[in-house]
Design a protein around this ligand. Structure first.
Ligand SMILES: NC(=O)c1ccc[n+]([C@@H]2O[C@H](COP(=O)([O-])OP(=O)(O)OC[C@H]3O[C@@H](n4cnc5c(N)ncnc54)[C@H](O)[C@@H]3O)[C@@H](O)[C@H]2O)c1
Length: 333
């Protein structure tokens, strides 16, 4: 199948290589000429060191590459998803399936990324979210990985499942696109907090508690927004949360470590150098939780640290000394 991957960061490149391996015709689009030149001249992506780019992979900076594609993968940072969808719209062929692989919520509107794509492209383009525990560095090296292809359009979700599925990349299909996207975006907030705990020198107990209670509040918001509870116990939920909170590949966790060690949050984001999606998602989580009246104490605490400079040690003490609760909200009722 003719395909294009829009965005040549680590993730776009790893997915383009998978598509190529599965026998597709693949063009990888870069945002800048410089990015494309580095790929062409060095034969590798700087984010995937030691993984040679196959010669059959076509490189371009022309968004016209989406014309006539069966599937187009959007792999930009979340802040650029809507604008990129808008720019590629005039080149798209009706019926092309658009796959969103970015993990975030739109900053200004708090809409999910597949919704933003739908709004830009209209009803003629089925949209799928592909998500799960999948560091580009590992997918690039062929490490066995499992993800979810989610869409309201079953045919489109299954087409994307078939397209990416390989002995090293297992894809499950799901109809819960809202749950999958919210889980993907919000786990980055918890990963920032997990890094903060590491930076402050907390132990494994603290991190396990944070991940578990973090997942509880992610699911609470996700269900309030129309997602299914089971999705949060799946690959895009707990699966991605585990990988992001424990791996040094996670920029969100690395950023949190710097903050936990005392660096000012905006400086820590700069230090990481690439997009730290959890920084923005924390503001979305706070806004959505307030709007829908959902209790999200960890996300609210993260917001205070990231945007109001509150000391993470103080925030942790406040979380630990909240009023006592039942673990399962409807127990004994
Ligand atoms: N890196 C991973 O392991 C991984 C895994 C799963 C999902 N993701 C998600 O995929 C998305 C991309 O991740 P990445 O690590 O490849 O990111 P990245 O920051 O390296 O950026 C990806 C690419 O987007 C393009 N781009 C940058 N700014 C742009 C703009 N203003 N307009 C249009 N295009 C622009 C560039 O080609 C850039 O290389 C993120 O949302 C991330 O959360 C990443």
């Amino acid at each position: 199948m003719k395909t294009a991957v829009i965005g040549s960061g680590g993730w776009g490149t790893a997915l383009a290589m998978l598509l190529l391996e599965n026998g597709n015709d693949v063009t990888l689009w870069s945002y800048t000429e410089e990015e494309s030149r580095v790929l062409r001249e060095t034969g590798e992506n700087p984010m995937l060191k030691g993984v040679p780019l196959p010669k059959e992979l076509k490189l371009t900076t022309d968004l016209g590459c989406v014309a006539g594609c069966g599937v187009v993968v959007l792999a930009t940072p979340s802040f650029a998803v809507r604008s990129t969808a808008r720019q590629m719209a005039p080149h798209l062929t009706a019926g092309t399936v658009v796959v969103s692989v970015s993990k975030g919520i739109e900053k200004e509107t708090s809409t999910t990324l597949t919704e933003a794509i739908h709004e830009e492209l209209g009803p003629n383009y089925p949209v799928v979210a592909l998500s799960g525990p999948s560091h580009a560095e590992e997918v690039g090296r062929g490490v066995p990985t499992a993800v979810v292809s989610a869409s309201k359009d079953q045919k489109a979700a299954e087409l994307v499942q078939d397209l990416f599925m390989s002995p090293r990349f297992r894809v499950y299909a799901s109809d819960d696109v809202t749950g999958v996207e919210l889980a993907a975006a919000l786990k980055n907030v918890i990963a920032l907090c997990a890094g903060c705990c590491d930076g402050m020198g907390c132990g494994d107990n603290t991190k396990a508690a944070l991940m578990t209670r973090g997942l509880t509040e992610i699911a609470r918001l996700g269900v309030a927004m129309g997602g299914r509870k089971e999705t949060f116990a799946g690959l895009a939920g707990v699966g991605d949360l585990i990988v992001t909170c424990t791996s040094m590949h996670s920029r969100n966790r690395r950023c949190g470590i710097l903050i936990g060690k005392g660096m000012e949050p905006a400086q820590a984001v700069k230090e990481i150098g690439a997009v730290v999606e959890g920084y923005y998602a924390a503001a979305n989580a706070k806004a959505l939780a307030e709007k829908l009246e959902v209790e999200m104490p960890i996300a609210a605490a993260a917001y205070e640290v990231l945007y109001h400079g509150k000391d993470p040690k103080v925030v942790l003490q406040e979380l630990m000394t909240r009023a006592k609760k039942h673990e399962i909200e409807d127990s004994w009722v």
